[in-house]
Write a protein that binds this ligand. Sequence first.
Ligand code: AHM
Ligand code: MG
Length: 339
Amino acid sequence: MTQRIALTRYLVEQQRVHGRIPPELRLLLEVVARACKSISQAVNKGELGGVLGTAQTENVQGEMQKQLDIIANDVLIEANEWGGHLAAMASEEMDGIYPVPNRYPQGEYLLLFDPLDGSSNIDVNVSIGTIFSVLKKPEHPPGQNHGVSEQDFLQPGRDQVAAGYCVYGPQTTLVLTVGNGVDLFTLDREQGSFMLTREQLQIPPDTQEFAINMSNMRHWDAPVKRYVDECLAGLGGPRGKDFNMRWVASMVADVHRILSRGGVFLYPWDKRDPGKPGKLRLMYEANPMGWLVEQAGGAASNARQRILDIQPNQLHERVSVILGSRNEVDRITSYHTGL
Ligand code: AHM
Ligand code: MG
């Protein structure tokens, strides 16, 4: 029988044997995983736990919050605020940053998360998930007690030190990178541990599967329309092959499929609200997913540049997202840039 390694041992080895992460980052990842286990329990109970339905409140993005959005946010805050590894947190569900309260020691990391991604799927028993991104708090000149501000968070995605997501689906799976490839852990509910089940995920460079919300077709820009039309034309069209389409409407589930068997995901800018660069948020959706995809050999672009190179100006900034199999992402980018 295969001897499986638990996440705890994996993280200890990342720290001690490979020297890839410092002890504080190991603790941080351990705590995030523990919070995900707890969110998984709440999601699993569903109606029995009285956790479904709307919370009757709006978040900073003007979206109605579900009860589970708020529960997941609280679980992540409570799990992470007292350990001494963080300076502050930021979330899709909170307007501003959440500095670690003064009664706890302050650490050097910043944690960003979308506590429960795929909100429209919460009440219908379809996969949802938690996305997270970890940054180092920038150093300030010695002697200056600077505290922590939103400005400290505004770092490009290439500066992330860890990123991952947890999908609450038929299985609960945690997918993680610390900059050395992407590894996958499956929650063993009897043992209460995440177990390493797949190492060094690789996204094939070519694919015949795309993911986009087709109901927005009439709002798309010409290059996106061209790409999808060419896919739909199939064997007899310019691509000379048939394509399949999947759209879960949970980015975690769509990205998980792409990390498992390839594909391309698009949530592009569209004409519904031309002032908005896209629907998805840069700092806690596109950046962590973009880095995971790149670490697995794929690509992530906003249709013009690498997502990880975008300098954020705001915590809740939105972005156009095209990610997955490298050759498809490059093709869609070239349709936009003409290069
Ligand atoms: P959320 O963070 O409020 O759940 O919104 C993000 C989600 C993504 O998971 C998904 O890709 C997209 O919104 C689905 O949008 P749509 O309902 O327009 O298809
Ligand atoms: Mg989301």
